[in-house]
Design a protein around this ligand. Structure first.
Ligand code: URA
Length: 260
């Protein structure tokens, strides 16, 4: 490891243990990437057809007051700008009535690495940007440790609006928002997706499997076949710093895959 990475890991409070054998051999990693979709992701429902005739109209399952304002939109053929405008105007669920603003995403539209978190928190809702609170600071340090700045990756969330009091997203909120994330991924075409935390991992991989069982394995994102890896959410790492060394192992896999 170079000196800069070591310094950053020191700042993050991570002790890097030297493994006698690599955690994931080069052979295993190649197999991970080429391996068939896991059983959990093979059950994923596609919301966009390859020919563009998509059934991905936003479902509406919200209170009547919101319902009357909700628009049914097919986002599956939208350009980036159209998609962003559509998110900004979205009233498909009641989160539109409690948000300050939507949080579409941030970063390089040509990024190799896409990071997907759960949903905006209070600070993100205020600034309109993902991961800008305390957890975001840690995420920025973690990315830096593998040689990326926030500007060199693309950061988004499964939900574009803050759930009140940072509660877990509800199933209808996730399904309403899902076409936006899917279209973002289709347009960005990242080489690797890193899902942070249980909620993002479960949403993206359509599984209820324990996070610790999902880590270290390569999945594929729906029909895009883009590899998806899973790690701990930085907010969890702030509460459980002893797990940072595990997160570092996850980041190393990503870094090696991208040969960064
Ligand atoms: N937590 C998330 O999952 N996403 C954010 O953008 C901020 C905190």
């Amino acid at each position: 490891m170079d000196k800069r990475s070591q310094q950053i890991l020191d700042v993050m409070g991570i002790t890097v243990w030297e493994m006698r054998d690599p955690v994931v051999s080069a052979e295993d990693q190649a197999q991970l990437i080429s391996s068939p979709i896991s059983s959990s992701s093979s059950t994923i429902n596609h919301s966009t057809q390859a020919d563009g005739r998509s059934p991905s109209e936003l479902d509406v399952d919200v209170a009547p007051a919101v319902l009357s304002k909700a628009r049914k939109i097919d986002v599956s053929m939208m350009s980036w700008d159209e998609l962003q405008a559509s998110v900004t105007a979205c009233q498909a669920c009641s989160l539109s009535t409690t948000r300050s603003q939507t949080v579409f995403g941030y970063g390089d539209l040509k990024a190799d690495l896409m990071i997907i978190g759960e949903a905006p928190g209070a600070e993100e809702d205020r600034q309109g940007l993902p991961f800008v609170g305390k957890a975001g600071l840690l995420l920025t340090e973690m990315l830096y440790a593998i040689g990326f700045t926030r500007e060199q990756v693309y950061i988004a969330n499964t939900l574009k609006c803050r759930p009140p009091n940072n509660r877990d997203p509800e199933a209808t909120e996730e399904s309403n928002c899902e076409p936006y994330l899917l279209r973002q991924i289709e347009l960005l075409q990242p080489k690797v997706i890193l899902a942070l935390g249980r909620v993002a991992a479960h949403n993206i991989l359509q599984t209820k499997e324990n996070l610790s069982k999902l880590r270290g394995q390569g999945f594929q994102y729906k029909q895009t076949k883009i590899p998806v890896y899973v790690s701990y959410h930085p907010a969890y790492l702030l509460r459980a710093p002893q797990e940072k060394s595990q997160a570092w192992l996850d980041l190393k896999i990503i870094s090696d895959l991208l040969k960064h």
